[in-house]
Design a protein around this ligand. Structure first.
Ligand SMILES: Nc1ncnc2c1ncn2[C@@H]1O[C@H](COP(=O)(O)OP(=O)(O)OP(=O)(O)O)[C@@H](O)[C@H]1O
Ligand SMILES: [Mg+2]
Length: 502
């Protein structure tokens, strides 16, 4: 996961939790508040109902009209009493319709209903007694009802409702406290989660950074020369890309370092040999100048001429040597001009120069690839040197066979085989060094194979040989691998089973 995504998650996850928690607590608070408000509204309704019942029964209404009817016997009081008492009864029934009535409420309502029903039932008795001509005090005695339980029931109801109401109001108060508690808890939980996530993510990031720091400091201290280092695995984000790039950089550095080491060794050996090899013609020059001096003293013109000629010869040798040296050293500095090279055309171009040879030359090119990717001039130089050697170091009838194939691991593999004098195994290494020869036969400074080897190496390839004295010599070389990768040696070796590689 990308670092930016990780950082975004670190802030987004706690924020989302905080938002969800906030919404959830608002929902809970709202729900509780609604239920409390509904309870309070119901209590208010009940209170109104109780006071209405009280009103229907009280002064000027219900029981008051009932008493007046007993005292005065007028129909108007009867009607008044009946209508108010029935209304009161209806209100009591309405109260009963409320859900979840408490036992106290039910008992108090039953008492009220019994009393009101008792009054209603007595109205007809009053009417009957008045018709019978009974006096008011007698009727009153007959229909007397004890109001005390109803009065106390009403008191109980009112008190009960007041207690309920204050309990609900207290709930609102408690709710305000819980809201505060909820918000603080959600905030703390989100904070803990945020800390946990950011700690996890940052510890992973820090781990990756520390590994990269260790890795880069190893490189800076030069530990990158250890070959068996495997790629570092840090995390699945941009750090891994950085780690991979650093690892590749390290691999490249290692390769360059190895090459530099080799080049350094070559240079040391080369400068030592050059100095050593230049000494011989110089010594000869010195000897000849002394001989020239002697000839002048002795006025020997013939000797003078001979030694002067020798001085010229030695100087020419030195010139050849120095120009070969220059051409060899320049090779390392020249850049490769990689192109599609028509191999058969190159072979044709080289063989056209063999027309002047006194030897009978038979050249066979077998299965060579049509095109390869290489520096054309330098590739020509490789084949030219190898073919010239085959001709130079052979009898009058030379048979040369060139074969080639494309390697699966990239690049190409060539073999140049001849039926010439062959090379002793002890000279296999030596002949690739500059100015080293295995024989005095034929002219040459001994730079040809050193140049061939160098060109092959700068093309990322290798050269090696097989040979048997007076029978054959086979030079194998790979070429065409430019990305700091050596060709798969197994493949090359399987293809040729070399005796020796340079
Ligand atoms: N095909 C071959 N058969 C036998 N000997 C060989 C063959 N090729 C090279 N040699 C030996 O390897 C030596 C080095 O060869 P190299 O081409 O480097 O130098 P050279 O041919 O002597 O001189 P130059 O190539 O500089 O003119 C030769 O002197 C010769 O002894
Ligand atoms: Mg040669």
């Amino acid at each position: 996961m990308k670092i930016t995504k990780k950082l975004l998650l670190t802030s987004l996850i706690p924020l989302t939790i905080l938002a969800i928690g906030g919404l959830f607590s608002i929902f809970i608070v709202k729900k509780t508040q609604d239920s409390i408000m509904r309870s309070i509204a119901q209590i208010n309704e009940k209170q109104t109902l109780i006071s209405d019942i009280y009103n229907e029964l009280g002064y000027g209404n219900g029981i008051h009209a009932f008493k007046n009817y007993v005292l005065r016997g007028q129909d108007v009081y009867k009607k008044n009493a009946a209508s108010h008492l029935i209304k009161a009864n209806q209100m009591i029934d309405k109260y009963f319709t409320f859900k979840n009535l408490s036992l106290d409420e039910k008992q108090a309502l039953e008492i009220l209903r019994n009393t009101v029903t008792a009054y209603i039932s007595k109205i007809d008795i009053i009417n009957q007694k008045i018709t019978e001509g009974k006096i008011a005090t007698e009727i009153d005695k007959l229909v007397k009802i004890d109001d005390a339980p109803a009065v106390s029931a009403q008191g109980v109801l009112q008190k009960y409702l007041l207690t309920e109401k204050s309990a609900e109001l207290k709930k609102i108060d408690d709710l305000n406290h819980s809201v505060f508690f909820y918000i603080i808890s959600i905030y703390l939980i989100s904070l803990i989660i945020a800390l946990f996530i950011s700690q996890k993510i940052s510890s992973k990031l820090i781990q990756s950074i520390n590994r990269l720091i260790r890795f880069s400091s190893d490189i800076s201290k030069g530990f990158w020369t250890e070959k068996n280092n495997s790629p570092i695995v840090v995390s699945d984000d941009e750090f891994q890309t950085l780690a991979d790039q650093m690892f590749n950089m390290k691999k490249d550095l290692l390769l360059i370092f190895e090459r530099l080491k080799q080049t350094n060794q070559d240079l040391e050996q080369f400068s030592f040999m050059s100095a050593h090899d230049l000494k011989t013609p110089l010594k000869n020059l010195l000897s000849y100048t002394e001989l020239i001096n002697d000839s002048i003293d002795q006025k020997d013109c013939d000797a003078l001429e001979t030694f002067t000629q020798e001085v010229r010869n030695e100087a020419e040798k030195m010139m050849d040597y120095i120009s070969d040296l220059l051409s060899f050293t320049r090779l390392g500095a020249e850049s490769l001009n990689i192109d599609d090279v028509d191999v058969k055309a190159v072979i044709r171009e080289i063989t056209s120069t063999f027309n002047h040879s006194t030897k009978e030359i038979e050249l066979i090119a077998l299965g060579v690839p049509d095109f390869i990717r290489a520096d054309r001039l330098k590739f020509t130089r490789i084949l030219q040197n190898l073919l010239e050697n085959s001709i130079k170091y052979s009898n009058d009838h030379v048979r040369i066979e060139i074969t080639g194939k494309t390697l699966d691991s990239g690049g190409w593999l060539f073999t140049v085989e001849d039926n010439g004098k062959g090379i002793r195994e002890r000279d296999f290494e030596k002949i690739f060094l500059p100015f080293r020869r295995a024989t005095d036969q034929g002219e040459g400074t001994g730079i040809g194979l050193a140049i061939v080897k160098k060109i092959i190496e700068i093309h990322g390839g290798k050269i090696w040989l097989e040979s048997k004295e007076n029978t054959f010599t086979k030079f194998h070389f790979s070429i065409g691998v430019y990305k700091n990768i050596l060709p798969d040696e197994k493949e090359v070796n399987n293809a040729t089973s070399p005796q020796h590689s340079a």
